[in-house]
Each structure stands twice: as C-alpha cells, then as structure tokens.
Design a protein around this ligand. Sequence first.
Ligand code: BDP
Length: 327
Amino acid sequence: MDFKRKLLTAALPLVFCMSTAAMADVKIKFAEVHPAGYPPVVAEQEMGKKLEEQSKGEISFKMFAGGVLGSEKEVVEQVQANAIQMTRVSLGIVGPVVPDVNVFNLPFVFRDHAHMRKVIDGDIGQEILDKITNSEFNLVALAWMDGGTRNLYTKKPVRDIADLKGMKIRVQGNPVFIDTINAMGGNGIAMATGEIFSALQTGVIDGAENNPPTMLEHNHYQNAKFYTLTQHLILPEPVVISKVTWSKLSPEQQALVKKLAKEAQAEERVLWDKKSADSEAKLKAAGVEFITLTPEQKKAFYDSTASVRAKYGAPYADLISRIEAVQ
Ligand code: BDP
C-alpha cells in the first residue's frame, strides 16, 4: 500500500464517524421554552428526525428544550437574526412584533378550543401564518401547535370576577394581555415564562394564567392552588424558521420543511389532548381546586373585556366576523 492510499484508508472511518450535523449543509437549532416530553417538544423532535432522514442528511436538527437558549422574546430576536434557526412561540409573543396576529390574541375571540382548531386548520389560520411570513420581521411561519385554553391560577380563590380585584396577575409581554387582566379588575404584570415560578413563590405576583400542562410542568401549581376556568384566551403557537435559513433551502427542501411542520401540527394535537387530561388529573391530585364558573359568571369576564376587543379588534372587524362564522 503506498503512503497516500494508507492515509486515505486511515481517514475513512473518521469520515463515517462525523455526525450528520457536521456534514449537513443547513444546521437547525430549535429553541423551546418547554421541557423535554412536553407535547410540542415531542412533535418537533419527531419533525427534526424526519427532516434529517428525508433530506438525506443535508439538513441537521437539534432541539434545545427547557428554555436554555433564553426567554421566548429573546429567542424570537435570535431567530430573526438567524443565531437560532427555528422555534415555536406563543402567538402572544409575536403580537408586539407583528400586530396583525393580535386578532387571535383577543380575549374570548374563539368560542372554545374546538373553534380555535377549526379556524387555524382553515384559510384564516393560513392567512395569519402568512401575515407573519410577509411581515418585515425575518420569520417564515410554517404551522401551528396547540396551546390549549388559558385560565387563571391564583393563590387565593377567584370564584367570581370581583375576587380578582387588585390581584397581580402575570401575563406574557403583550399589551393586549395586560389590558385584558386590567379590564377584568386585576393588575396585569408582564414577565417571561421562566420568572413565574419564583414570582409566585416570593409573592411578587398573586397568580398567573395558563393551560393545565404549563401550570403543571413549570411547577406553578406549587404556589397557586386555585384554578378558575375562565377560558379567556385560546392561543395557538406558530412554528417559525428564520428567513435567512429559509432562503438557503432549495425549493424541494422548503417543501419538505413545510410538509413535516404540518405533520407535526397534526401529531402534537393528539399528544396535547392526552397531556391536558393527564395534567388536570395530576393537578387535582396535588390539591389544586378547579373552579367552574356558571354561564352568568363567565359572561361577567367576557363583558368586562369588551373594551379590549374594541380597542385592538377595530381594524380587523371583517376578519373577526369571518372567525365567528367558522362552525
Ligand atoms: C404556554 C406557551 C408558551 C408560553 C407560556 C407563557 O406554550 O409558549 O411561553 O405559555 O405564558 O402556554 O409564557
């Protein structure tokens, strides 16, 4: 064996040892604020696995779960700059960046969870994704994850809207949500997801609002034992990719990413329903009291937020009528 050949043979195993990530043309870092095992995280990892396989290793995918790459707001900024390539965020966080999406962020804009799903699965859902893509904010929106229905959780029970008076309630950093809590009589305070646990613990806030899986998995229930089923927000969560990365993909690769993101949308929904039911059972077992409102009591929450729908919904009156018409 001549020297050159020897060298080549020695190097071969090395080449095969190189990870797909090292060889891929496009490397995707995906940021998630939720922990491993949480429905969207599971569906997104599956999407990543399929992406690596079906792109034949041209695209690599790595999940960074549990908020290790920063808060959702910080992550969105990094995706805009292509320092992170993909993420899933609550639409609440996108609203301040792309105001058009705030239609879905309005209190009680959806009748119920099933209505929200119908809307995001149809033309309107695609239109809102396109609003994100066509905005100047350097993101391409691919699909929707389901984030369930948000309800109030508090240290002292809210059995009626009057009980909320003056309570400091954490919301996502979006003026629509601060105004919503204030309109209900509380005091809306914006902070990042990762700060809620200690804010509840130290009494900086009296409560927050979210779906059962987040209340459970982020341990908020440890310091807020009352869960009032207001159902005031039903926020879908877009999966977005940086436009810089998107433009590096071939049309075939773009189609593949889109297709797999839509598959993840369908897969996550099944996981979500199971996780929600499990979370409710676990929260109850941990001593959380679920407070159901009568239709009149719920109407009081709806009526109190009319000013918010009027203020932020006015430019979108037609769209809101189309949302209401979805059966
Ligand atoms: C959860 C969303 C997550 C948000 C969180 C929050 O899935 O994206 O960050 O609420 O309110 O339901 O911060």
